[in-house]
Design a protein around this ligand. Structure first.
Ligand code: CMC
Length: 361
């Protein structure tokens, strides 16, 4: 029996949630191109689309907003747990602990309130720990604002972000909300298939996202920019990096064989918010040269910037600290993971593949 390392090209599920066309660089949620969702709908609308297959009506939206509000309040009920965690603990780990400590609003895992509840709670827990870690002002999470505006509000200790800032982060969060059977969604589905509860399945997904080959790359992209320093050093630095066998962070993708459509959309936002700044000039220079060098080093592989590359620039332009980049990505993905968990529960089949025993003797 043969097996496929990394399950590359193995089809392990059918999903109605999103379609990724890696050859032409297209991504759609429930049949709607993501690029058409950005700027027209907010995070909550798109989350609802993923969970229930349609945009919410005005009445459904009011209920949805209320559920997000309740989820934030429920998160604050476990602040005493968060406030006793060691500051050295990573914010993602702290938020995961918080999720596991939250009172389940119902023992029924098919409760329709569950996805909004956990999606809203996650950043509240995360940012509470972040504030504790850095001795920052702590804002109360029970505000009547959108999910994305609340994120920035809590991060900034109670300062409301501008409309432009919310638009930029909302675009990022919608573009990165869901991406088919990526490693973290798969992990969440495996956990859900065992009938583990939603919080536990979400934690499985969360922890899977932390690795640099998945959600851990954006801060490494900024580390690369910092290490390069100026456009004059781009060639030399990239050549050395490739010669030493290291991967260039923010390039390549398991599925896309052309430019990641999310990277394209985020580039426009970065170009707008960083117009005229040295950091944009450097990022453009690195992108140009890296694509040339990767094409020469890996002919036929077609390595382009992925979502993390321009996401790093957008997150930096919003003054989101490096240490929260992966966690911000996870905040976006909560809605997508919840959608996968819902879909997996409908199929109700334990995910349990086979392995071939390979003797070393
Ligand atoms: N820099 C240098 N070489 C690369 C890169 C890169 N960024 N990406 C792939 N390669 C090489 C790789 O070394 C391999 O070479 P060889 O065949 O000689 O061993 C070849 O290209 C094929 O790579 P692969 O590992 O089979 O590709 P993959 O589909 O398994 O990996 C990837 C995809 C994203 C893990 C990889 O491109 C990578 O490590 N990129 C850098 C990290 C990064 O940007 N991660 C964020 C991923 S996007 C976010 C998300 O959707 O989760």
């Amino acid at each position: 029996m043969a097996w496929v390392n990394g399950l590359q090209d193995v089809v392990a599920a059918g999903t109605e949630l999103s379609e990724v066309n890696g050859e032409v660089g297209k991504l759609s949620y429930r049949g709607r191109a993501v690029a058409d969702l950005v700027g027209h709908f907010d995070y909550e609308d798109v989350a609802y689309l993923l969970w229930y297959g349609e945009m919410p009506s005005a009445e459904q939206k009011t209920s949805l907003n209320e559920l997000f509000f309740c989820g934030r309040q429920a998160a604050s009920e476990v602040f005493d747990v968060i406030d006793h965690l060691p500051p050295s603990l990573d914010a993602m780990n702290a938020a995961a602990i918080g999720l596991l400590c939250m009172r389940a609003q119902s023992s029924d895992e098919s409760d329709a309130r569950t996805p909004a509840w956990y999606t809203a709670a996650f950043p509240v827990l995360l940012l509470r720990h972040h504030a504790n870690q850095h001795g920052l002002a702590k804002a109360r999470p029970d505000i009547r604002a959108g999910h994305v505006a609340t994120y920035l509000y809590l991060l900034r200790g109670g300062l409301m972000p501008t409309r432009e800032e919310v638009q930029a982060l909302e675009a990022y969060m919608i573009l990165t909300m869901e991406h088919s059977l990526n490693a973290s969604a798969f992990a969440g589905r495996v956990a859900a298939s065992t009938r583990a509860n939603t919080a536990r399945a979400l934690v499985a997904a969360l922890m899977t996202m932390t690795g640099p080959l998945h959600g851990g790359a954006p801060s490494l992209v900024l580390d690369m920019f910092d290490a390069i320093g100026s456009p004059a050093r781009v060639d030399e630095w990239l050549e050395q990096e490739l010669a030493s066998g290291r991967r260039l962070m923010g390039f390549g993708h398991r599925v896309y064989r052309t430019v990641d459509p999310r990277a394209k959309a985020l580039y426009n936002i970065a170009a707008n918010s960083l117009a005229g700044q040295d950091s944009l000039v450097l990022a453009q220079a690195v992108e140009r040269r890296a694509v040339e060098l990767l094409a020469a080093a890996k002919p036929g592989r077609r390595l382009h910037p992925n979502v993390e590359y321009w996401a790093a620039c957008v997150l930096r332009s919003l003054d989101i600290p490096h240490s929260l980049f992966t966690a911000t990505f996870a905040t976006s993905r909560m809605a997508g993971w919840c959608a996968h968990i819902l879909e997996q529960r409908q199929c109700d089949k334990l995910i349990r593949p086979q392995a071939v025993y390979v003797s070393t003797r």
